[in-house]
Design a protein around this ligand. Sequence first.
Ligand code: SF4
Length: 327
Amino acid sequence: MTEAGARLYAEIQAEEEIRTGASIGKAREGAQGPSAEKIQAALELIYEAGLKGRLAIAASGGTDSTVLLDLAGQAGAQGTVIHVKTGMDYPGTAEFVWGQAARVGLSCRMTGPAGDPRAFWEAHGWPMLGKMAARIWTQRHQGRGFTLNCAECCRTFKIGPARRLTKNIGARVQLTGTRGAGESILRRHRQHLDGAMAWNERDRIWVAAPMAGWTDEDVAGYIRARGLEEHPWRARGAETIGCIYCGGGAQFENSGYRLLRGVMPEAWWRFVVGWRGGEIILAVKYDARIDEIREAVTAAGGLERLSQDRPWVFDFLRRRPLKGRAM
Ligand code: SF4
């Protein structure tokens, strides 16, 4: 074995399971809802968006879009709920979105999936670290035998199909549940540049974000106050209802990989072992080339054995997770 392989093998064997603190769900208990001004601003933006043309209201089945649909219903929005099946959804997501649309009296259209995620990641980069961080990481880590790229993954599997469907149904404005300031740095910059409603030249549609500036607490408080039904997998432990294999936030305490291991072990196994995503996780965490990681994993008995014996080594993209979250 090479010196690097032996060092990595020793590090993997020495790694202890990290138990992080309270989940987002617990942190949200007792959260205050949004101010009356925020709700009013959201309703007004939906009304203004409707003046520009037919609306397409994007719904993922997650908490943000649950709130967005309820706001759209309150605003009396005319339009169509759109949903992109990424092929990485929790089971029952499409049915849940259908039901949400029906509850507010709107029709629903769906599209996707856009392709095979694993083949895409191997060709264009794996969805880890988040959009900005993945870009910087890839610039600084050439020759690793793999790359990271959340931006292209999102464009291919979510944003692009949603924008195409928006145009196909004749809508001129897409409403999204993007919150900007309450989420990642990149989204905060985007929101600052664009405002809550902006013309998107690339896709040639208006994009409006009525919940721009809403915090996690605003969303949780709104859902509670309005008694809105959440995606059934939330009750089974899912913290967010997005792409189940996404490592966008996996350097943070509430890593999707750690959660998926508990919530849906068979999907976790498919990603880590079947698709060999586990090797990428380790290569990012230990700052190693993919061939060095494979050597260390082989010494540990192979990916399947390692994921049985020491599954926690795939929980985070950092040796010590950062506090908080950002996607
Ligand atoms: S959320 Fe993650 S896995 Fe899903 S499309 Fe975006 S980058 Fe890809």
